[in-house]
Design a protein around this ligand. Structure first.
Ligand SMILES: [Zn+2]
Length: 202
């Protein structure tokens, strides 16, 4: 596959990108494989990870109006990237534990009338710096709480909730929402005892 044709992790789910630099956080989450939809884990091998990162940094550059950081990853970075993805997912689902501070390697500069930053270094550590910083910035603007993981356990797609009250829990109501609501109502029916007038009499 030509690199330029590689589907972005979020793009392969037909989801809109989270605004600004937060898209790189969303893209990291959406590298996860989804067996039910025959989608592979993009962090399972070096080629797919490199393609994912190239496309994701390009989107980040387009959305932030800044030059894409030059970050490359190798096969050795894959375990750390998968750990980072798990950590970030925990932030969204409330499953994260308090952790030790993550050192960031970032250069901040004043350029063309505004403050800008760029991660320094390379590999998984540079990706982690970018992801942590974008999540931190988004947590200050209120955008991070709208980045959510679909509540369908077979899905988990990371989507940006644009609903007015910010209460969306499914990445797509038609697929995940209806499936899970149907399953929940079946479980409720099975759990609740039959009404007395419907209990067969001997
Ligand atoms: Zn979903």
């Amino acid at each position: 596959m030509n690199r330029d044709d590689s589907p972005r992790s979020t793009g392969r789910l037909l989801l809109a990108a989270a605004p600004g630099g937060l898209c790189v956080v969303q893209d990291l989450l959406n590298t996860a494989g989804m067996p039910a939809a025959s989608l592979p884990d993009l962090l399972a091998d070096e080629t797919s990870a490199c393609n994912w990162l190239d496309v994701s940094l390009r989107t980040w550059s387009e959305q932030t109006g800044r030059d894409a950081p030059r970050i490359t990853v190798s096969g050795d970075d894959l375990p750390a990237l998968r750990d980072l993805r798990g950590l970030v997912r925990g932030w969204l689902t409330g499953g994260a534990e308090n952790d030790a501070p993550h050192p960031l390697r970032v250069g901040v500069s004043y350029r063309d009338g505004r403050l800008a930053y760029e991660p320094s270094g390379d590999g998984a550590a540079a990706v982690a710096s970018l992801v942590h910083l974008e999540a931190l910035l988004a947590s200050h603007t209120g955008a991070l709480v709208r980045l959510k993981a679909c509540r369908n356990p077979a899905c988990g797609a990371a989507f940006y909730d644009l609903s007015r009250n910010g209460t969306r829990v499914w990445h797509d109501m038609k697929t995940c929402g209806n499936t899970m609501n149907l399953r929940a109502s079946r479980a409720r029916r099975q759990a609740s005892p039959k009404p007395a007038d419907q209990t067969p009499h001997r």
